[in-house]
Write a new protein. Structure first.
Length: 167
């Protein structure tokens, strides 16, 4: 069974995913990293080909990873907005929604080339809108919801491992 982490950018999906992999010996994949390694910078993909092209690449990666077992998969923030992705991920995995407050997310994210949805200096307003739009989807697709505010990466990782062993 795979452990799949979803949630907003800046919530800690990569850090928690790496820690779970360290504690369990499972292989860790970050869908954004896989796309970047294969196709170049995410900001360039958005700029030159559009968001729909990027989302299609995400689905290709999900198709590939969901066929494997015993992985830890950190997803891009918008990946689970596509029902097809969730169906594939749930066939062989449990989805964990890492939830954080807007304040926590703002303290963790910064504008860079890897966050094309936060360009143009609109970080707080954009993040607030994305959070409002995406949270109900994250809650709907998640098998488990974990609040991360005030918790260490290690605490969250260990809780996810315990929950996945009960599944």
């Amino acid at each position: 069974m795979n452990i799949v982490l979803c949630g907003m950018m800046g919530v800690g999906k990569s850090s928690v995913g790496i820690r779970i992999a360290e504690l369990t010996g499972k292989r860790w994949y970050d869908t954004d990293v896989v796309i970047t390694d294969r196709h170049g910078k995410i900001a360039d993909l958005f700029e030159y080909y559009g968001e729909s092209h990027f989302r299609a690449l995400e689905t290709d990666i999900v198709r590939e990873l969901s066929e494997k077992d015993e992985l830890v998969i950190s997803t891009g923030g918008g990946l689970v907005l596509k029902a097809e992705n969730n169906e594939m991920l749930k066939r062989n995995g449990k989805i964990f929604f890492l939830r954080a407050s807007l304040e926590s997310l703002l303290a963790r994210v910064y504008v860079d080339d890897n966050r094309p949805l936060l360009k143009n200096g609109r970080t707080e307003a954009t993040l607030k809108n994305l959070l409002a739009e995406r949270t109900p989807v994250y809650e709907h697709v998640a098998d488990y919801i974990l609040d991360t505010d005030g918790r260490s990466v290690d605490e969250v990782a260990r809780e996810i491992i315990a929950l996945s062993e009960q599944a």
